[in-house]
Design a protein around this ligand. Structure first.
Ligand SMILES: [Zn+2]
Length: 50
């Protein structure tokens, strides 16, 4: 038998936990050097500049 929780988790508590579940929105910006779209704080895939 697997361990079971003693109490039912209320919908409020469940909602609070699930409110933190979300996908991180990738910040896509244009490269200053070549204009290629790249992710912020990431190296440019084309010219390798910051
Ligand atoms: Zn670039």
């Amino acid at each position: 038998m697997a361990a079971t929780p003693k109490r039912k988790i209320s919908t409020a508590r469940q909602g609070k936990r699930r409110s933190q579940i979300h996908l991180i929105e990738p910040k896509v910006i244009a490269c200053k050097k070549c204009g290629q779209l790249k992710r912020g704080h990431f190296l440019c895939p084309v010219c390798k500049s910051k």
